[in-house]
Write a protein of this length. Structure first.
Length: 405
């Protein structure tokens, strides 16, 4: 073969058009990431709910400052260690726990009960209630204003409280339990019990303690009365560092580490194996001319390496069928069946034999592939010889369903 393939180096403008989509996609991804960071920062700047150092509407800095003005020592804590250090005498200390993430485990809650004789829990979950106040159960959510309905002094002084938050109820028989701020259906926003010498107050009125609502209704009197009953107040907001769940290493089976190490080694070895070079890179100026014979031999080696005998034979068949159609004077749109009938008519060979060679044969070995390749060449030569001998137009055989056959 004498044909050649020309490969041309793309221009800068063409390369730019090819990379335009990826550049735009990268810019959009960067902008989306920056927007997410800005939005996350804005949300974070909105404040942590019921934090004594947060002046945002969700925080409780106003309440903490008023308590300090009334002589109460308010200490903000985010860990058990800081809480232990801040607690003085248990009888003079109130621990106010706001654990929205429910990070503290049962044993930590029990320890808080020993550190203070007055423990106030804001919206505890089921596990925390089961650990420190098992006779108190969750009872859904509460919204709106609730009225004083028990003899607790902070409640009677407040008269009305913003009850938005969680509701609780006492289960079982506990005659000493106090239930306040009822909203109907045996649901209360405050439940107080005695447990092992510690007064445990379970609260659900989250909105009443926030900067936004503390000055409405009787929320200020209610919150100051509960949190200012002792000279020392430890306001605890635990972080995820206090979580005591099992680590990833403890949850992972022992065999996983070995498998991961083996996969890493195999990946590195495969990278070296597939990335090896058989010599230095050759820099060649484009455009270059590649001979068709080189392409043919390259494809042949690929077919041989992958044992794609049928694929190789089909490539030969495609060229043979095209040339046979031209030799027989058939149009380029003629299908394989029409070419098979015409070739059989021209060469006076059985039609099934021609169909087997041009379409149906599937070589099982390399030797059979070579035999079929030679048979294709021989058939092409036979058709060429037959068309040369016949100087008249070749009559195409009639279809089976045509009359007169």
């Amino acid at each position: 073969m004498t044909g050649a393939t020309e490969v041309v180096t793309p221009t800068i403008r063409q390369a730019g058009r090819a990379w335009r989509f990826w550049v735009i996609a990268g810019v959009v991804a960067v902008l989306a990431t920056l927007g997410s960071i800005i939005i996350t920062g804005a949300v974070g700047a909105a404040g942590k709910p019921l934090s004594p150092t947060d002046a945002s509407p969700k925080g409780s800095k106003a309440l903490a400052e008023v308590l300090r003005q009334h002589g109460v020592t308010v200490t903000s804590s985010d860990s058990m260690a800081a809480t232990r250090a801040a607690v003085g005498s248990p009888n003079d200390t109130t621990i106010f726990l706001v654990d929205d993430g429910h990070f503290l485990a049962a044993e930590q809650l029990v320890e808080l009960g020993r550190l203070s004789s007055n423990l106030i829990l804001m919206t505890p979950d089921f596990d925390q209630l089961n650990a420190i106040a098992p006779q108190v159960a969750l009872a859904g959510t509460v919204s709106g204003v609730v009225r004083a309905d028990c003899p607790l002094r902070p409640v009677t002084r407040a008269k009305t409280v913003t009850g938005t938050g969680s509701g609780f109820r006492v289960i079982g028989n506990d005659p000493d339990a106090i239930q306040c701020l009822g909203s109907g259906d045996d649901v209360y926003s405050l439940v107080q019990i005695e447990r092992s010498g510690t007064r445990v107050t379970v609260l659900g009125t989250t909105a009443a303690f926030s900067n936004q609502f503390v000055i409405t209704e009787g929320n200020a009197a209610f919150a100051l009365g509960l949190l200012g009953s002792t000279a020392n107040l430890v306001w605890m907001l635990p972080t995820i560092d206090e979580a005591t769940g099992p680590t990833a290493a403890e949850l992972t089976p022992a065999w996983v580490s070995g498998v991961l190490a083996l996969l890493i080694i195999a990946t590195i070895a495969a990278g070296f194996w597939r990335g090896r070079r058989f010599g230095p890179l050759v820099v060649e100026n484009l455009p270059v001319v590649v001979r068709s014979s080189e392409t043919m031999h390259g494809r042949a080696r690929l077919y041989e390496k992958s044992s794609s005998r049928l694929h190789a034979l089909d490539s030969l068949r495609i060229g043979t069928v095209d040339r046979l159609g031209s030799l027989c004077g058939l149009p380029r749109v003629a299908d394989v069946d029409e070419i098979i009938r015409t070739v059989a008519h021209v060469t006076r060979r059985p039609e099934p034999e021609i169909a087997q060679l041009l379409r149906d044969a599937d070589p099982a070995t390399e030797a059979e592939l070579v035999r079929l390749s030679d048979a294709l060449l021989e058939l092409e030569r036979a058709v060429a010889a037959a068309t040369r001998e016949n100087s008249t137009t070749i009559d195409t055989p009639a279809h089976d369903n045509e009359p007169g056959e």
